[in-house]
Design a protein around this ligand. Structure first.
Ligand SMILES: [Zn+2]
Length: 188
């Protein structure tokens, strides 16, 4: 119950952030756009479950690392892309990332810890699309599955902090937790 309440608060904040940007980029003409970028939609019936399974078949356990690495690169790009906008609009970069992720259905994300304890970050994501894709196709898993999402978030954290971080997914919807939660700690 408490977590549901928290999720509603997160969504309300996200909607306020989105109002700043939506007027700027109306969708239409066969294109989905938001804040100067074009997007496409893929069904979680296939994505990312199928690509993850293919990567596992071809590269064995290294498939997770490939997804993670690709995510990290995207996270760094997201930071570079949205930082100027965060400054222009006086919005926290995490609020923009969270709003864009929510708008395009990646999930409902919120930052629980942001470096105040030994540089550690803790980020919660409700309804992760990555976990949902696995749940739909493979049912509950024993290990967390959101490697791409973890990579994206780690890329953002490293960009903000300007140093290397290690990451793990503490809780995952796909292994029966109520949400996904990621912890990021600076390399010692
Ligand atoms: Zn997860």
């Amino acid at each position: 119950m408490k977590d549901e309440l928290n999720k509603n608060e997160v969504v309300n904040k996200i909607k306020r952030t989105l109002e700043l940007f939506q007027a700027k980029n109306p969708c239409g003409g066969g294109k989905i756009t938001l804040i100067d970028r074009r997007y496409v939609m893929l069904s979680t019936d296939y994505f990312p479950f199928d690509i993850t399974r293919d990567l596992e078949e071809i590269f064995n356990a290294a498939g997770d690392t490939l997804l993670y690495k690709g995510g990290e690169r995207i996270g760094k790009d997201l930071y570079a892309h949205y930082l100027p906008m965060a400054r222009t609009y006086g919005v926290d970069i995490w609020d923009i990332i969270s709003a864009v992720g929510w708008f395009f259905g990646w999930g409902t994300g919120t930052v629980i810890e942001s470096g105040e304890n030994d540089g550690r970050y803790r980020i919660r994501v409700y309804d992760s699309f990555e976990a949902d894709s696995f749940l739909k196709r493979a049912g509950n898993t024993e290990k967390p599955v959101c490697h791409f999402m973890r990579g994206v978030l780690n890329g953002i954290v490293e960009s903000i902090e300007g140093r290397k971080y290690s990451s793990k997914e503490d809780k995952c919807l796909a292994k029966g937790d109520g949400f996904c939660e990621f912890v990021f700690e600076p390399f010692k």
